[in-house]
Ligand binder design. Sequence first.
Ligand SMILES: Nc1ncnc2c1ncn2[C@@H]1O[C@H](COP(=O)(O)OP(=O)(O)O)[C@@H](O)[C@H]1O
Ligand SMILES: [Mg+2]
Length: 587
Amino acid sequence: MMRKLWPHARPYGKWIAAGVICSALEAVFELLIPLVMSDIVDIGIKNGDQSYILQMGGLMVAMAMVSLAFGLGAAVFSSVAGQGFGANLRRAEYDRIQEFAFSNIEKFSTASLVTRLTNDVNAMQMTLMMGMRLLVRAPVMLVSALVLSIRISYQLSSVFLVAMPLLLVAVLAILTRVGPLFRSLQEKTDALNLVVQENLAGIRVVKSFVREEHEKQKFEKRNHDLRDTSLKAFGTVVVNMPIMMLIVYGTIIAVMWFGGRMVFAGTLEAGKLMTYFTYITQIMMSLMMVSMIFMMLSRSVACARRIVEVLDEQPAITDGAAVTDVNSQGVRTPAAVRDGSIDFDHVSFKYNAESPEWILQDISLHIPSGATVGILGGTGSAKTTLVSLIPRLYEADHGTVSVGGRPVREYTMEHLRDAVSVVLQKNTLFSGTIRENLLWGDPNATEEELWSACRAACADEFLKRMPDGLDTDLGQGGVNVSGGQKQRLCIARAILKKPRVLILDDSTSAVDTATDARIRRAFAAELKDATKLIIAQRVASVCEADMILVMDGGRIAARGTHRELMETCEIYRDVYRSQQEGVSIGG
Ligand SMILES: Nc1ncnc2c1ncn2[C@@H]1O[C@H](COP(=O)(O)OP(=O)(O)O)[C@@H](O)[C@H]1O
Ligand SMILES: [Mg+2]
């Protein structure tokens, strides 16, 4: 795991080294101070030599200042290294997530990815920052204080033989308990973030169904869960403190007892005993630090593992199988999508490899380039799934999906998705102006091209009424436009790509019937060569199509023109009649 994370810290190697050196020097100077003090007592005070006392006192102050300066240096260097490491980790994770296919993201859940990118990285950078200082300071202090105190009196130092094993056992006992608790702590954080994220993303639905109370309770439950786990984890950690203190004070009392008797017996000087106490405190403090480091490490191991999981995740869909074409000049270029023909050859698909049921089952289909295809079917009949395979948002498990006569995986994602434009059922606009959003389709589009796309999508009428026109600010996720307006902007954005295949997944559901018809007419005129796949609820939206597919339970139940289906397909006739009635009743 260290091997995976180290490359992200390496650019800060110099800072880490500087921090480590400063921490070590800080500790050394702190250790030298008691030695000077011992001389003041045993030489200066004993001989009543005032100038010696002043001199040594001055030395002590100077050493304290130097130690302070190194301490400051260590703090600065470790902060720079820690923050830089954190930033690098976040960027690496984010880059990796951008490569993920939908199936990768679904595996982690969005909320967990957010936690792994923020919370977990924070823990890691804290560990590096604190670890750099403590990990150096504690051993340096421990070893040197131990050596110095043994030099003062090896007899007294035998108390460590009792104290140290006790401490070790206590720390180990606590560590084995908190490890799993910390792991579960991160999972509870994921769970909490999931609720918050879902709630905020769907706040309009929550409000319109008056589900605030229910959402609050859901949040409360996760919140309590997180609190309880935190309490348990940190509660276990703090038990560390009293146990340590008990052992520290026990040791001090033992040293006082034995040391005092040695002073009375004349085998130890009083100043030496004083210095000895300072070292004991330092030894015990560093032991506490070491145990704190271990606590911290056991938390960051949990976090590091989660970060490495993201970094190690292999994107499910890659350009690995993309082929190159040789053009007339003999230059190799990535295969381009020649035309808009679409072929499904015995395609089966399921989202979850473990689930026994296929979502799409043995679909075979040929759509000639430039055709208009309507797709009807009840919710859950896998209409969306069917079209998702064309721009390779998901990968077929069996069979091949081809566009322009070539299997989709032989194109680079960039080329394929440039040629296949999808207006998804759940569509998103991003914060920024309408113009910025439309330019996603074609960054170099001229003003005229923008307006022509808007005309084709029937978005021009409401855009003209907006005070700032194309430069109207959309607000977060496009909250400033109505559902139907949003759909039309998404269609315009898709048209701007000048795609070979245009897929509309129920994209005019929030648009009135008349506008819907006008959009379809505009398509026929402006996107003559593009293959158009239109998923719709209304038969009226697809009845003029060259071919209509009726989906049912992951299969194509019937296919043909409106006229053919009216004659042969009972489901189609029923749907058509029910919708006709709706129209006549509605007036
Ligand atoms: N991301 C997903 N993960 C797992 N199952 C899914 C996912 N999306 C859709 N499904 C399942 O696939 C089936 C078909 O869904 P979908 O293609 O969206 O149907 P439609 O668009 O016709 O309403 C449904 O049973 C649905 O539960
Ligand atoms: Mg759908």
